[in-house]
Ligand binder design. Structure first.
Ligand code: GLA
Length: 747
């Protein structure tokens, strides 16, 4: 149960989360909200001690060379030289902020408690409100700020407006883990030791991007997968972002984050209010595994699909779908409904999409037990290859002479939902849309319009363009029985101009684009509550909390090579849950890498997330189709454990040729274990795999072999691993049968 309290005597606030705590206090002069604590549970008395010690308690130095007070929201102004969260310029030429705290409020709602703190500039009409949201069932603390021009005077220009600033406790050293990659190699775990200075993770691409996730996890160098203290933060923003981890001269470490201010000053006119994205934080005392389980639980309950929460920040839809319709998207226990097994045509047919070809794939897919059939790129007018068609979102008259209706009906007759790929933020110069509206794209009048994949980006910050995009998708959904949309976006911004806004803060295009994108998605989801969405950007280029709040799942990479994929999935799992992780089984040799892998192995990798199929089923042999049918059935049986269970990463392919992951149902009654090997070389093979999170005193039955073992034995001695040399995989299903009378060494 989350609880927020204020200690009037010491002027401190204590935020109690499910099993951790966060504390802040007011400086003696009432000007600075100071960070006091983030970590294990603590008492108001502890905060009083920290508050009394002043900034020194944080280990900061005050020797006249600058203030290093751990301010919750760092204003640029006065003798402060660390990374600011807010920098403002006033119309009379004054630059810099001087605050005082003017009020605070604690409230409760159905999901938890909120704290708001109000700050006002001493001389100018600049106001900030700091928001903290704690959930009853989570250790994630959501933070964001809203900035207001209270009226009077000229415009205020914000040169930097981060969402929040997270201070870490004093430690000898800090290691920062993050997720990096590129196209077809997303979310690879990486790490750096923080030295003096700054470590920056950012996107200047208009989208979150494949390169870096807006995610950090910090520890003192001793935390492991299974133990130790870790502090983490995730930004809920789908455009350019910047996270800065700074080690100050005094040795303190803080992480400031929000949308990227590069090329993006924002002008506030009198009366304007600007809400910033959520920058959520989570502390775990149970290593990286404990941390990601906390993130997953929070995302399943409060982010994925329809968060249905009070609004405030642009990150999460304020009022998404009507409560009745929202119920359709939930499983009975308040978690998002389980994701269906999907088939996607992209790797099978590329742009060569026809009614007959898709109908044949649909027939084969239905025979395997697929529940949702998705037609990918290639279905719309003029789309022969990637040179033309984007923007003209009507079915191609040659490929679909009867329109999409008959194929959709056929798919429904086969008992599957129908899904469609669309990339509505984009336009090919070779399209009717571009010929009619060449001014609708991001551009500068006297600069080149750089194309990537032969396409340009529509300027969604323009309300008329956003309205058009909404109308296109709304019409498709209204005129057809479509159950699922794969929303793609295959290039990043360049020449981010908005010529007709010259002199009127055209740089707001960076944030205006994302806000309008959210508005489009929120409207569509509210009007079409039965339609599920998949977030995609050339694979996993636009995955973040805010996009997940508007999607049921994400396409995490165009790389479907199962061996490569294990690491991409492992990285994804650091921050996001298995339910959102769409994984396809495709052909062998893999079209991208040429690697040959057994069908069972490809399934076992994909079955550890939300299962999909993406191969050319017309070329699969009868034996392969039979094996696939059995594995799809097996997946459906373990699906609740994989999609809603607690994940334990048991072995990482970063450390050697073995990857393994275990899911445990919330009641602890069922466990599902996947293990996959790569190519072995020299090193002795760890012949057993030790499980995690089981009840040591309980007994578990292997559902295939019938063998029973105690939880203690499975965790201490582990499961035997396959003997095959390369690219072997196992799937083990365990069911708790009772309490063990005695724990024996052999189990
Ligand atoms: C992107 C997606 C792919 C596929 C293609 C179609 O690359 O990630 O899955 O939809 O576009 O052009």
């Amino acid at each position: 149960m989350a609880d927020i309290s204020y200690d009037d005597e010491h002027r401190t606030w204590l935020i109690r989360l499910a099993s951790t705590a966060y504390g802040l206090g007011l400086s003696g002069d009432g000007r600075v909200v100071r960070h006091l604590h983030w970590g294990p549970p603590c008492q108001p008395d502890d905060l009083a001690v920290l508050a009394a010690a002043g900034p020194a308690a944080h280990g900061t130095s005050r020797i006249g060379w600058g203030e290093e007070e751990p301010a919750e929201y760092v204003p640029w102004g006065g003798p402060r030289f660390d990374e600011p969260t807010l920098k403002a310029d006033f119309a009379d030429g004054t630059r810099g902020i001087e605050w005082r705290v003017t009020g605070h409020d604690i409230a409760r709602d159905q999901t938890g408690a909120t704290l708001t703190l109000d700050l006002a500039d001493l001389a100018y009409p600049l106001r900030a409100r700091l928001h903290y949201r704690a959930f009853d069932d989570s250790d994630v603390l959501e933070r964001w700020a809203s900035i207001r021009h209270a009226g009077g005077g000229g415009p205020i220009v914000l040169r930097q407006a981060h969402s929040a600033n997270w201070w870490l406790p004093r430690r000898e050293r800090w290691r920062l883990r993050y997720l990096t990659g590129g196209w077809a190699s997303e979310t690879r775990p990486a790490q750096a030791v923080l030295g003096p200075g700054k470590f920056t993770l950012e996107s200047r691409r208009g989208v979150t991007s494949h390169h870096l996730q807006p995610y950090v996890a910090l520890d003192d160098g001793t935390a492991t997968e299974h133990s130790g203290e870790v502090w983490s933060a995730l930004l809920a923003w789908s455009g350019s972002f910047r996270l800065v981890a700074e080690t100050t001269p005094g040795g303190s470490v803080h992480v400031s984050g929000g949308w990227n201010e590069f090329d993006a000053p924002l002008e506030l006119a009198p009366g304007d209010e600007l809400s910033l994205p959520v920058f959520a934080g989570c502390y775990s005392g149970a290593g990286l595994g404990g941390l990601s389980r906390s993130w997953h639980a929070y995302e399943l309950r409060h982010v994925l699909g329809d968060p249905a929460r009070a609004g405030g920040s642009p990150s999460f839809p304020a009022t998404s779908v009507p409560p009745g319709a929202r119920a359709a998207r939930l499983a009975g226990d308040g978690l998002p409904a389980l994701r269906p097994v999907l088939y996607n045509s992209w790797e099978a047919t590329g742009f060569d999409v026809t009614e007959e070809g898709q109908a044949e794939l649909a027939r084969l897919a239905a025979g395997l037990g697929v529940e949702l059939f998705v037609v990918d790129d290639g279905w719309f007018a003029g789309r022969r290859d990637d040179h033309a068609g984007l923007g003209d979102w009507t079915p191609d008259p040659v490929k679909f002479p009867r329109g999409l209706g008959p194929l959709i009906d056929r798919v429904h007759e086969l008992g599957m939902g129908f899904g469609l790929w669309i990339e509505p933020e984009m336009v090919n110069p070779d399209s009717d849309l571009y010929r009619a509206h060449p001014d609708w794209v991001l551009h500068f009048d006297r600069r080149s319009r750089s194309e990537r994949r032969n396409q340009l980006v529509l300027n969604l910050a323009r309300d008329d363009v956003a309205e058009w995009v909404h109308a296109v998708v709304d019409r498709l959904l209204s005129e057809h029985r479509i159950d699922f949309i794969k929303w793609d976006m295959n290039r990043h911004f360049s020449e981010p101009g908005w010529p007709d806004q010259a002199g009127r803060n055209p740089e707001r295009v960076w944030t205006g684009y994302v806000r309008n994108l959210y508005a489009i998605l929120d409207r569509l989801r509210a009007a079409h509550p039965d339609v599920a969405f998949e977030a995609c950007e050339g694979g996993g280029g636009r995955i973040d909390l805010a996009m997940l709040a508007r999607s049921e799942q994400a396409w995490i990479s165009d790389n479907t090579d199962a061996w490569d994929r294990i690491l991409i999935q492992e990285g994804f799992s650091q921050a996001y849950p298995a339910q959102a992780m769409m994984c396809w089984v495709t052909d062998s040799p893999n079209p991208l890498t040429g690697r040959r892998l057994p069908l069972r192995y490809r399934f076992h990798v994909a079955m550890s997330g939300a299962l999909g199929l993406g191969g050319d089923l017309t070329r699969w042999s009868e034996a392969e189709l039979t094996e696939a049918r059995d594995l799809v059935a097996r997946y459906k049986e373990i699906r609740p454990v994989v999609q809603h269970g607690h994940q334990h990463r048991l072995a990482s392919t970063q450390d050697g040729p073995l990857g393994a992951v275990q899911y445990l149902s919330a009641d602890g009654g069922r466990a599902v274990v996947f293990a996959w090997t790569g190519v072995r070389r020299f090193r002795p093979w760890p012949s057993r795999l030790r499980l995690a999170g089981l009840d040591p005193a309980a007994r578990y039955r292997d559902e295939d072999s019938g063998e029973e073992r105690s939880g203690a034995s499975l965790m201490r001695l582990g499961l035997p691993l396959p003997d095959e040399l390369d690219y072997a995989s196992v799937l083990v299903r365990l069911r708790r049968t009772g309490i063990s009378g005695q724990i024996t060494a052999s189990g």
